[in-house]
Design a binder for this molecule. Structure first.
Ligand code: NAD
Length: 499
């Protein structure tokens, strides 16, 4: 299929794709595939006002009925899975299986949110006063702004939107300026679900297109109580304080620098398979990509040799081909940043295997690279920095304490794992003095989370939680209720105030 056939199959029409100012390029071959209209900054006030109006109606719709809208969205996504997945591949450069996997993740979170719509539970609490009852109620909070990154161009929206909608909140989505077409395709799918639902208020689900300035309008608006922002630590360091300054709530999902500890007892074949998928999948452009391998010195050389062999056999090329495992980087500046990081690693004493740009056997115009393995003498500055590319730094260790110290000694705190068959080591890694990340796994790589768990990380990753478990509480306001059904008015803590 040509790019325009892919876009048309997904329901995007010529007026959607032309006549605007924002050029959209496909990472596959660098071709400009559309020039779309951006939201004017002057229109943002109207967008936000429409969302507030929608909130007034949506918050009174019973949660299970709100769940029906998300159920319909899940149905529409199932029907459009192939077409939307193909746009993810076209616009983000993901291999076909990962493009489809991203849509499956959307379907999964819809299923989860439909169940949640009948399970928004609060506690009842024992009151210290006779004839009194205490409980917690969870109420809708208001508009949720969703600012998303290029590398999960649709799943991140659905993690937030599916929960926010069943929680009673309208959503306004500002996708990455690099991936507006997947967002526009999603909105068409959402519009079909809204039409079938019938009586959802206008302005319930909105899309705005543009760069940081459009994001800024959402970040600074007092009328947007929740801002969920996914992207670089740099972006979070700007957005977080601005939301906090107006006492808004932010859910920050920022950069990671994820590690795997490989202990001497590990199942090496399994570890190699997990390392290769986690380090080179999505061409190293996942927030949970494996970037640091901390291998016991007794097995390190053997592990590096096995990895070098595996790396040499990985098919790099057009992400639409069934056999390709490594597609392109998002653009040429991303490849320049990879080359610069490898130069820095060499200057810091590293030995680099692979990592060269690939120009043969790949579509012309795309930024293709061979994944890099870099043996480092120490966890130097370059290792502590997230470079969004398939670079795996390898470090050695002698004691588990040393390995855990290395794992934690970076500014980011998203995902982590240990490969070991020793239950004491696994227990220590998961314990209070173990991994300091939001995600810690045993005998599973750091990349590729399921939607059932709360997703997010600590430190410079931002502290936000999305998706499963009780992450829904981030989209609601908690109210403590005390009801007096007695004929007396006792005060708490035995205070007397008779008059
Ligand atoms: P980015 O920070 O360049 O952009 C992310 C989004 O933020 C875009 O929509 C962008 O327009 C917007 N933005 C940028 N500056 C802004 C500002 N000042 N005000 C408001 N909005 C602003 O990130 P990217 O290159 O698209 O994505 C890659 C990064 O995202 C990596 O660091 C990756 O680790 C991270 N990421 C994190 C998670 C997670 O869940 N923790 C998931 C995916 C990606």
């Amino acid at each position: 299929m040509t790019h325009s056939e892919t876009l048309h199959a997904a329901g995007l029409t010529a007026p959607d794709l032309t006549g605007g100012t924002l050029p959209v390029h496909s990472p596959i071959d660098g071709a400009e595939v559309a020039r779309i209209r951006e939201t004017a900054p002057a229109d943002m006030a109207g967008v936000i006002a429409a969302s507030q109006q929608a909130f007034k109606a949506w918050r009174d719709v019973p949660a299970p009925r709100r769940g029906e809208l998300v159920r319909l969205l899940g149905e529409e996504l199932r029907a459009a899975k192939a077409e939307l997945g193909a746009v993810v591949t076209l616009e983000a450069g993901k291999i076909t299986s990962e493009g489809l996997g991203e849509v499956q993740e959307m379907i999964d979170i819809c299923d989860f949110a439909v169940g949640l719509s009948r399970q928004i539970y609060g506690l009842t609490i024992a009151s210290e006063r006779p004839g009194h009852r205490m409980m917690e109620s969870w109420h809708p909070l208001g508009t949720c702004a969703i600012i998303s990154a290029f590398n999960f161009p649709v799943a991140v929206w659905s993690w937030n939107a599916a929960l926010a909608l069943v929680c009673g909140n309208p959503v306004i989505w500002k996708p990455s300026e690099k991936t507006p077409l997947t967002a526009m395709t999603c909105m068409k799918i959402m519009d079909r679900a809204l039409a079938r639902f019938g009586d959802a208020p206008a302005g319930l689900v909105q899309l705005v297109i543009g760069g940081p300035a459009i994001g800024e309008a959402l970040v600074t608006s007092k009328d947007i109580p929740v801002v969920s922002a996914t992207g670089s630590t740099r972006m979070g360091s700007i957005v977080g304080p601005k939301v906090a300054a107006r006492f808004g709530r932010s859910i920050l999902e920022l950069g990671g620098n994820n590690a795997m500890i490989v202990a001497p007892s590990a199942d090496m074949d399994m570890a190699v398979r997990a390392i290769v998928f986690s380090a080179v999948g999505t061409a190293g452009q996942r927030c949970t990509t494996l970037r640091r391998l901390i291998a016991h010195n007794s097995i390190k050389a053997d592990l590096v040799a096995k990895l070098a062999k595996a790396y040499a056999s990985l098919p790099i090329g057009d992400p639409r081909h069934a056999t390709t495992l490594i597609g392109p980087l998002v653009d040429h500046p991303a490849r320049d940043r990879m080359v610069a990081a490898l130069d820095k690693a060499r200057a810091e004493g590293g030995t680099v295997h692979g990592g060269a740009p690939v120009t043969q056997g790949v579509p012309a115009g795309g930024a293709y690279v061979a994944p890099a393995l870099v043996e480092m003498p120490a966890q130097s500055a370059v290792v502590k920095t997230e470079t969004f590319a398939p670079i795996l730094y390898v470090l050695g260790y002698d004691t588990l304490d040393e390995a855990i110290h290395l794992q934690n000694d970076v500014p980011q705190g998203l995902s982590s794992c240990i490969f070991t068959l020793d239950m004491r080591e696994a227990g220590a890694f998961l314990g209070a003095a173990g991994s300091d990340c939001g995600i810690a796994n045993v005998n599973i790589g750091p990349s590729g989370a399921e939607i059932g768990g709360a997703f997010g990380g600590e430190k410079e990753t931002g502290g936000g939680r999305e998706s499963g478990s009780d992450a829904w509480k981030g989209y609601m306001r908690r109210q403590t209720n005390t009801v007096n059904y007695s004929a007396a008015l006792p005060l708490a803590q035995g205070v007397k105030f008779d008059f």
